[in-house]
Design a protein around this ligand. Structure first.
Ligand code: PHE
Length: 347
């Protein structure tokens, strides 16, 4: 009877082991058949009733059954573990053929691009790029440019003063004075200077309290107005195309004499009039002129030997015209939808 019972238990256990589909089930089977409360332990308990001859036989049989079940479980465990590892490997496979997620690429700000483009034009004409501080002394921003204190023309550029003697520069012209000083009276000087400038203007479609200029300065012997005109014509046609019209008007700057204001025909309205050109069909893009002898002398140049021309380009106006932007504030509000439009211009 006991023998049969053991045989049955073995068959039953082996069947369950082979049907087990995961490690948890297998462990449950181990506990159920081989644990202290399992049927085999129960059989062992019943051995007390057996005769002294039968007892060792039965003991040996119990061991055989136990070992059969144990080794079946071990084998199955090895199989299930291997399966688990394989399943995990399959689940964690990296598909290297998947296309990569797109990387969002930034691009240069339109003003930076315009500055670089203009720099390239002038570098091509033999200029070098100079720099100067944005926080400037009253001396370089005004006095060295023939604008002594209380000169009425100071009102042309409403300034942000930090102290009585220090301000944020209202134009890039102080770099003229600084550069000439460094040359110690020796020509030639041939520079452009791009940079930020600041004025107490109310912001609107064409004014910004912070904007950019590119200063140009050439000092040498026999420099005349025709050199300035020819240079600006080459520059403006290169940036805007040969078909654009250019207009020079007499103007006034304390640091140049004579002075001119240079206009370019409005690209946005083709001369019909719009809010960028203030209904005139023309947009002022720069001011310039022949360097005033006082400015040369103050910077240490002999104005009898040397002469020069200077100009200041409004970078935003150039950018607005070139890209058809109708409000200067777009350059400073940094709306990503605006900035993204300049992606495809990237060289
Ligand atoms: N600095 C002048 C301005 O900001 C422009 C200018 C530069 C004019 C050089 C003449 C010569 O308006």
């Amino acid at each position: 009877m006991m023998q049969e019972r053991l045989q049955e238990l073995q068959e039953e256990a082996l069947q369950k082991v082979s049907a087990a589909s995961n490690l948890k089930e297998l462990n449950d089977i181990r506990v159920a058949y081989l644990g202290k409360k399992g049927p085999i332990t129960e059989v062992l308990r019943g051995m007390g009733k057996l005769s002294a001859e039968e007892r060792p036989k039965m003991g040996a049989l119990v061991n055989v059954v136990r070992e059969a079940i144990t080794s079946a479980i071990e084998e199955k465990q090895a199989v299930l573990e291997a399966e688990a590892v394989n399943a995990q490997l399959a689940a964690e496979t990296i598909d290297i053929t998947l296309p990569a997620r797109p990387v969002n690429k930034g691009n240069h700000h339109p003003l930076t691009r315009i500055v670089e483009e203009i720099e390239d034009v002038f570098i091509g004409m033999g200029y070098t790029v100079a720099e100067g501080p944005e926080v400037e002394s009253d001396y370089y921003n005004f006095e060295a440019l023939n604008l002594p204190k209380s000169h009425p023309a100071r009102d042309m550029q409403d300034s942000f003063y930090i102290t009585d003697e220090i301000l944020v520069r209202t134009h890039t012209s102080p770099v003229q004075a600084r550069t000439m000083e460094k040359h110690k009276g020796q020509g030639p000087v041939k520079i452009i200077c791009p940079g930020k400038v600041y004025r107490r203007d109310n912001d609107d479609a064409t004014h910004s309290h912070q904007f950019m200029q590119i200063e140009g300065l050439v000092v040498d012997e026999n420099i005349s107005m025709s050199d300035l005109k020819g240079t600006l014509e080459v520059f403006l046609k290169k940036v805007f195309g040969q078909e654009r019209e250019i207009r020079l008007r007499p103007s006034f700057f304390p640091f140049t004499e004579p002075s001119v204001e240079v206009d370019i025909s409005c690209k946005i309205c083709s001369g019909k009039g719009c809010n960028v050109c203030k209904q005139t069909g023309w947009i002022e893009v720069l001011g310039g002129g022949i360097v005033h002898p006082n400015v040369l002398e103050m910077a240490g140049f002999d104005s009898k030997k040397y002469s020069g021309f200077a100009f200041g380009i409004g970078v935003e106006r150039i950018a607005m015209l070139k890209y058809g932007v109708d409000d200067i504030r777009h350059f400073y509000t940094n709306d990503i939808r605006f900035l993204k439009q300049f992606h495809h211009h990237e060289a």
